[in-house]
Design a protein around this ligand. Structure first.
Ligand SMILES: [Zn+2]
Length: 280
């Protein structure tokens, strides 16, 4: 895929990204937030909005962080790049643990938003596939490579780093995904990712794949998907057994970074960043 294709793809995303932001807000809070976000690009214009100064890990500049809604996870924005806290947490942890990431060979599955745009701009060797069920993995759609996270077409030991942002809760066969991610990473490589982490309750499986199709064990719930207007089905609410599960399926050991730091614009719920390393 050419760089022009990738850039065109990223530029097509703002609307989808905006939809994605809205969809993770719990139902009870959606109504409360209405009206506060009506000014599309006027984040600084509303005097009622709370702000604090800080340093944005994505812009890498001094900025103002603006609270547009009490659900900070999706509405505590950098006034410069409009990133949200989990974007900044991911890039902050990536820079802290892998300071040479710009020279690494990076695969990001289902990229979207300002963190992906930064990786695209600054990483010399960045591969950003999406998944469409009706496209053969390895082929392209709109110039973007199609890959199924459960069975990728990349060779073994291909990438230094794998990135996913709020993707692993949507995978129907996470067992296969974790082992396939380990397969395509080089020894010593790592999967750096965000996922909503319900550390206070057991893992909840909301849907399973059967020979007759998807069986829903809980009420259907969707998050925004930049390449599918139907959204992505939430399959798993990962609980405290998550890192043991990853180890069992992939032999990767996982560290969890939970950062709350307003000077970096990182505050809110579900901001854990996971780093799973493939053994050397
Ligand atoms: Zn920023």
């Amino acid at each position: 895929m050419s760089n022009r294709d990738v850039i065109a793809h990223l530029l097509r995303r703002p609307l989808a990204w905006a939809r994605r932001l809205e969809m993770f807000v719990p139902l009870g809070l959606r109504q409360a937030g209405k009206g506060k976000t009506s000014q599309k690009d006027g984040i600084k214009a509303e005097p009622s909005l709370k702000t604090n100064p800080g340093f944005c890990p994505i812009c890498e500049k001094e900025t103002e962080f603006v609270e547009r809604h009490e659900w900070l996870r999706d509405h505590y924005l950098c006034a410069r790049c409009k990133s949200i806290p989990r974007n900044r947490a991911l890039i902050h942890v990536l820079g802290m643990i892998f300071p040479d990431w710009r020279d690494a060979k990076i695969h990001e599955s289902s990229p979207s938003g300002p963190a992906s745009a930064k990786l695209q701009r600054e990483c010399k060797d960045y591969t950003p596939p999406h998944f469409w069920p009706n496209v053969k993995p390895g082929d392209s759609k709109y110039g973007i490579r199609c890959e199924n996270l459960e069975q990728m077409t990349f060779a073994d030991n291909t990438f230094d780093l794998m990135i996913t942002q709020d993707v692993m809760e949507h995978i129907l066969n996470p067992v296969k995904s974790f082992s396939d991610i380990a397969r395509i990473l080089k020894p010593g490589g790592a999967h750096v990712f965000t996922v909503p982490y319900y550390y206070w309750k057991p893992t909840l499986i909301r849907a399973v794949e059967t020979p007759d199709g998807i069986k829903y064990l809980e009420e259907k719930q969707f998050h925004g998907n930049p390449v599918d207007k139907e959204g992505s089905l939430v399959v798993t609410e990962w609980g405290p057994d998550f890192v043991d599960r990853i180890y069992r399926e992939s032999k990767m050991t996982t560290a969890i970074y939970h950062i709350k730091d307003r000077s970096l614009g990182i505050d809110g719920k579900f901001l854990e960043v996971f780093v799973s390393r493939k053994p050397l």
